[in-house]
Design a binder for this molecule. Structure first.
Ligand code: AMP
Length: 213
């Protein structure tokens, strides 16, 4: 399998869930810029304080800030990384290539799904505050309402940016920035596409198959 992976997809396309499966089965280090930013917000670091309101609105945080955060958190020679949530636009795609990967090989996987399906997925998404397991109140709710199946935690969180207004904005941002990113990886011959509307394990099967090509 390729050394590094880049997961591309709309918010709610399931790429975070697929990234977790890939990490546990194939040993990649998961680098989610959304998770890194949320950790900065929780720490109330200077970067976190700058990013908080932007994230809550569903807009993108400044490219330079996110790039710095990413660089600080990866050692390309030591680990195989799975980049999740970066790049979000063509400028980030070029920075990833020139400033982070610097000649290391990477394959990009695009989780394709009709954007009209995603609003409902996102506004009903909850994540366990203890172990991070993701639920959807409509399609995959916990067995006991409000309690995590995996760890028994009783703190199922609704992200601020999964509330309706921010969701609409995030989907708009995605739609307006993704096309040149896909063309960029397509032109390099490293783009793989999977159908993200299928069930989780089916999508995972497709991802693994697409990486063998
Ligand atoms: P995510 O968890 O990937 O949906 O990211 C949550 C939010 O963090 C996004 O809506 C952005 O505000 C911010 N964010 C995450 N990754 C990036 C990135 N690569 N560039 C800019 N902002 C980002």
């Amino acid at each position: 399998m390729e050394k590094h992976l880049i997961f591309l997809g709309a918010p709610g396309s399931g790429k975070g869930t697929q990234a977790k499966l890939m990490v546990s089965e194939c040993g990649y280090n998961h680098l989610s810029t959304g998770d890194l930013l949320r950790a900065e917000v929780a720490k109330q670091s200077p970067l976190g304080l700058k990013a908080k309101a932007i994230m809550e609105s569903g807009a993108l945080v400044n490219d330079e800030l996110v790039l710095e955060l990413l660089k600080k958190n990866c050692e390309l020679d030591k680990h195989n990384y799975l980049f999740d949530g970066f790049p979000r636009n063509i400028s980030q795609a070029k920075s990833l290539e020139e400033v982070v990967l610097k000649g290391h090989n990477a394959l990009a996987v695009y989780f394709h799904i009709d954007l009209n399906l995603l609003k409902e997925r996102l506004v009903n998404r909850r994540a366990c505050g203890q172990c991070g397991t993701i639920y959807n109140l409509l399609f995959s709710p916990p067995k006991v309402a409000g309690v995590c199946d995996n760890c028994g935690g009783k703190d199922l969180k609704h992200r601020d940016d999964d509330k309706e207004e921010a969701v609409v904005n995030r989907l708009k941002v995605f739609e307006s920035t993704i096309t040149p990113v896909l063309s960029y990886y397509e032109a390099k011959g490293v783009l793989r596409r999977v159908d993200a509307s299928k069930k989780v394990h089916e999508v995972f099967g497709e991802v693994k198959k697409s990486l063998e090509k």
